[in-house]
Design a protein around this ligand. Structure first.
Ligand SMILES: C[S@@+](CC[C@H](N)C(=O)[O-])C[C@H]1O[C@@H](n2cnc3c(N)ncnc32)[C@H](O)[C@@H]1O
Length: 215
C-alpha cells in the first residue's frame, strides 16, 4: 500500500499549484499530436468494446478527460487533489469529477471499460506500483483498456527526478511494460517521443495495455 505520507505530500503539492498547473497545461494537447493520436486509439478501442465508462485517474484540471469525452468515450475524472477537482468541475461543468486515490478506488469490481493514467503514476513510489496495477485490474471489465503516459528513461530501474511539483519517477518503457505484464495485462501498443522544445529533456512514453477477456 502507498504510505499515507506520500499521498498526503502529493495532494498538498498539487493543491498548492493547481491554478498555475491548469494555466500551463490545460492546452497541452493542442501541441501534442503523438498524445492525441494515442488518445484517439484508446478512445476507439474502449468504445468498440463498450464495457463501461473510462476513468481518467489523476485527471488534474480535467482537460484530457474532456478531450476523451469529446472523442465519444464516456469519461469521468478522479484526482487526489481537491483543488484540482474543484478546477476541473469549474472548467467542465457537464462532466463528473470525483476526489479519490488510485491506490484504493471507490469503484466496484469490473465496472470500467477503460482507465487513463496520464502522468499520474509518476508520483507513485515504484515499490507500490504493483498494488496500483492490481487495483486497476480489479475495477476494469474483462477486455478493458489501460493507458499510461509517463516520462521515460533508459535505465531499467526507475529513476527519481526533480519534478517541479513533487517527487516523481521516470521509467524505461520496457520495465513498466514488464510490471504491467506481471499484473496480468496484455500489451497492445506504445509510443516514445522526443521532448518538445519547451519541455524538460526527457523522452515521453505512452503504454496501452488490455485486461484479458478471460482470467
Ligand atoms: C502531472 S499531473 C497530471 C494531470 C493530468 N493527467 C495531465 O495529464 O495534465 C498528476 C496528477 O495526478 C494526481 N495524482 C497523483 N497521485 C495520485 C493518486 N494516488 N491518486 C489519484 N491522483 C493522483 C495529482 O493530484 C495530479 O493532479
Amino acid at each position: 500500500m502507498t504510505e499515507p505520507s506520500v499521498l498526503h505530500d502529493t495532494k498538498a503539492a498539487y493543491d498548492a499549484v493547481a491554478p498555475l498547473y491548469a494555466e500551463l497545461f490545460s492546452n497541452a494537447l493542442e501541441t501534442s499530436p503523438v498524445e492525441r493520436a494515442m488518445l484517439a486509439v484508446f478512445a476507439e478501442l474502449v468504445q468498440a468494446r463498450d464495457a463501461g465508462p473510462v476513468a481518467d485517474i489523476g485527471c488534474g484540471p480535467g482537460h484530457v478527460t474532456a478531450h476523451l469525452h469529446a472523442l465519444g468515450a464516456a469519461t469521468f475524472g478522479i484526482d487526489l487533489s481537491p483543488e484540482m477537482i474543484a478546477l476541473a468541475r469549474r472548467a467542465h461543468p457537464d462532466l463528473r469529477f470525483d476526489e479519490g486515490s488510485m491506490t484504493a478506488l471507490d469503484l466496484a469490481d469490473g465496472v470500467l471499460g477503460g482507465i487513463l493514467a496520464f502522468y499520474s503514476i509518476i508520483h507513485t513510489p515504484p515499490r507500490h506500483l504493483p498494488a496500483v496495477f492490481t487495483e486497476f485490474q480489479r475495477v476494469l471489465a474483462p477486455g478493458g483498456h489501460l493507458m499510461l503516459g509517463f516520462f521515460a528513461g533508459d535505465d531499467p530501474q526507475p529513476q527519481e527526478f526533480d519534478h517541479k511539483v513533487t517527487l516523481a519517477y521516470r521509467w524505461s518503457p520496457d520495465s513498466l511494460a514488464e510490471l504491467l505484464r506481471q499484473a496480468g495485462f496484455v500489451h497492445v501498443a506504445r509510443t516514445l517521443r522526443e521532448p518538445h522544445e519547451n519541455e524538460r529533456q526527457f523522452q515521453q512514453a505512452q503504454l496501452l495495455v488490455r485486461k484479458p477477456q478471460e482470467p
